[in-house]
Design a protein around this ligand. Structure first.
Ligand SMILES: C[C@@H](C(=O)O)C(=O)SCCNC(=O)CCNC(=O)[C@H](O)C(C)(C)COP(=O)(O)OP(=O)(O)OC[C@H]1O[C@@H](n2cnc3c(N)ncnc32)[C@H](O)[C@@H]1OP(=O)(O)O
Ligand SMILES: [Co+2]
Length: 132
């Protein structure tokens, strides 16, 4: 079951600089910075009620966020949907012929299980499934 939007992922060159807009101009709170090696990113969550904005900075020249910024510049990179059972959701999507980037969940920020659906199956939006 899909529960809600868990977060919106925004690719930025520098999370400290980018976070200032949300904290200083909008008065929002941020989580601790976390490194997710597998995705080659540093990330903070901007807390917004029961959802969040996830700022993502590339760890180096490689990885999906580095590549995204190089090709498209900073901006919205993905939308994450919270699911109650990510394995079941992935099996269901696979059976429906949806192109998955990850057939098995990976480790995301905050210990979440995450998996991505390819933009070719979603009219050009990168969608993450996320189970907490
Ligand atoms: C920390 C964690 C968490 O939440 O806990 C995260 O979120 S980590 C967040 C970062 N991690 C990820 O994004 C992991 C999943 N992402 C990936 O595997 C990759 O970024 C792909 C989405 C497969 C794209 O890979 P790559 O750029 O190498 O492929 P590509 O250049 O051939 O692109 C294939 C097609 O997808 C499009 N495309 C690429 N990135 C896109 C994006 N973010 N949103 C929408 N479309 C996108 C390209 O324009 C291209 O379309 P055309 O063919 O029409 O030109
Ligand atoms: Co995410």
């Amino acid at each position: 079951m899909i529960e809600k939007i868990d977060h919106i992922g925004i690719a930025v060159s520098n999370i400290q600089d980018a976070a200032k807009f949300y904290t200083e101009a909008l008065g929002l709170k941020v989580s601790e910075i976390e490194t997710v090696e597998e995705q080659k990113v540093k990330t903070v969550g901007i807390l917004l009620g029961d959802t969040r904005i996830e700022l993502l900075e590339p760890l180096g020249a490689e990885g999906p966020i580095a590549k995204f910024i190089e090709k498209r510049g900073e901006g919205i990179q993905h939308i994450a949907l919270k699911v109650d059972d990510i394995k079941a959701q992935l099996d269901d999507l696979k059976q429906k012929g949806i192109r998955l980037i990850d057939e098995e969940p990976k480790m995301g920020a905050g210990g979440a299980k995450i998996a991505f659906i390819h933009p070719k199956s979603t009219n050009g939006i990168l969608i993450e499934l996320c189970e907490r």
